[in-house]
Ligand binder design. Structure first.
Ligand code: HEC
Length: 168
């Protein structure tokens, strides 16, 4: 997230805003020899994300471990662009928001005053805070995420969910 491991002034020169940057902290096939994974279990100042941010959940850590174990490939498991089926919040939108948005949109002072940590916050941001406009914008302060648009697949996934009535 901005101010930590983003492309501008990354802390410790670790830029996690690109695949290449993430990949340089990973030894494919070996989570226990991958900083990206081991920092999740450190203590004190070495723990990432650092307190007072909440540590990752066991399920999130496991997702990273499996990804590394499976070769740390540049793939996107979220969203299925081949089907017109409507997705649910818990089915895929939550995971997508978690990877793309939540770093800046949680905690006591979320960016733009927008929290995106659960169903009612995300659906509320669609209704009241222009979330769809934000993910479709390509420039300007309200283009989300600020580092550049998500893949067309991920944008389409959220649009389909909204058009389908934002099922939980
Ligand atoms: C790197 C930090 C960062 C990430 C990641 C990020 N945002 Fe934001 N977001 C911001 C900031 C900063 C603002 C306030 C922009 C402004 O109004 O100047 C904002 C504002 C918003 C707003 C309010 C826009 C408005 O017009 O008031 C929405 C909705 C939003 N973000 C949704 C998202 C979604 C959805 C994602 C993921 C796809 C996302 N953001 C990812 C930093 C971020």
């Amino acid at each position: 997230m901005s101010g930590c491991h983003s492309s501008t002034n990354p802390v410790d020169d670790i830029d996690l805003s690109t695949y290449a940057g993430i990949r340089s902290e990973v030894r494919a096939g070996d989570p226990n020899d991958s900083e990206l994974y081991t920092v999740l279990f450190e203590s004190g100042d070495d723990l990432m994300p650092p307190p007072p941010m909440a540590p990752l959940t066991d399920a999130q850590k496991e997702r990273i471990r499996l990804w590394i174990l499976q070769g740390a490939k540049e793939t996107n498991c979220i969203g299925d662009c081949d089907t017109a089926a409507v997705t649910t919040y818990s089915g895929s939108i939550a995971a997508l928001i978690q990877t793309q948005c939540i770093g800046c949109h949680q905690g006591p002072t979320p960016s733009g005053g927008v929290q995106l940590t659960n169903y009612s916050e995300v659906s509320g941001a669609v209704t009241y805070r222009g979330l769809l406009d934000a993910i479709n914008a390509t420039s300007g302060p309200n283009a989300m995420p600020p580092s550049g648009p998500m893949t067309a697949c991920n944008i389409a996934l959220i649009e389909r969910w909204v058009q389908g009535g934002m099922p939980q």
